[in-house]
Ligand binder design. Structure first.
Ligand code: MG
Ligand code: ZN
Length: 225
């Protein structure tokens, strides 16, 4: 019998999925709900996190894990200023988070005291999709200025997500963006995704999204009681 050559990439992904499973089990035991936020740079991940914190931090104890390709702490500092625990992951140039990085970050958090962990992935529409982190849900933040063709150009990131948040909806009157075309693209890839139109600038839609997120956390907590 000849040994099958396993491509290196496949091996790395399998190792990643194994640790993602460990992360998931660790979080389940501690009864902490988690979400992975993916987006291109500038779509508004950090703004969304800051707005969401305002809506839910009086009711849920949360922490933020934030990935960056360089050791800058601007986003993490913004979160810390709100009095929220934040762990910064410097990916050392990698353009995505992987499960081992998240595992290290989880070790720095008091999991038993938390209800929710929000993970801000590295701004990139390609490889974050290939690395499971072990979170309960995965979401993508898109934004009006990025254009309505993104689901057609970067399909992988939208496959299997639980929610799509379309940010900067206040810019819709000024930019040629076909909401139906965009939405059809997402639905073709992923008919089960929730869809939220928001504006971190005006606050539109933030409450609706936050209520949905809180409901997911409560359902998870009740299930794991
Ligand atoms: Mg950010
Ligand atoms: Zn990458």
């Amino acid at each position: 019998m000849t040994a099958r050559r396993v491509p290196i990439v496949e091996k790395i992904l399998n190792a990643n999925d194994q640790i993602a499973k460990e992360n998931e089990e660790l979080l389940n035991r501690a009864r902490v709900y988690s979400l992975n936020i993916m987006a291109s740079p500038g779509a508004g991940k950090t703004s969304l996190i800051l707005q969401t914190i305002q809506q839910i931090s009086s009711q849920l104890k949360l922490a933020v894990i934030k990935g960056d390709t360089a050791p800058v702490t601007i986003d993490a500092d913004k979160v810390s200023e709100c009095g929220i625990l934040a762990v910064q992951i410097n990916t050392g140039g990698e353009c995505h988070l992987d499960a081992p990085m998240v595992k290290n970050a989880l070790e720095q958090l008091p999991l038993n005291k938390l209800d929710l962990i929000i993970i801000e992935n590295v701004g990139n529409l390609i490889c974050p999709a290939a690395f499971k982190l072990g979170t309960n849900i995965n979401i993508v933040v898109a934004s009006i200025p990025e254009g309505d063709d993104k689901p057609y150009k970067y399909p992988n990131i939208y496959r299997g997500i639980d929610a799509l948040i379309l940010n900067k909806i206040d810019l819709l009157p000024y930019i040629d963006f076909n909401l139906n075309y965009f939405r059809k693209g997402i639905q073709a890839l992923n008919p089960h995704s929730q869809f939220f139109n928001i504006s971190c600038k005006t606050g539109e839609g933030i409450e609706t999204w936050s209520l949905w997120l809180m409901k997911q956390v409560h359902n998870f907590k009740n299930k794991n009681e």
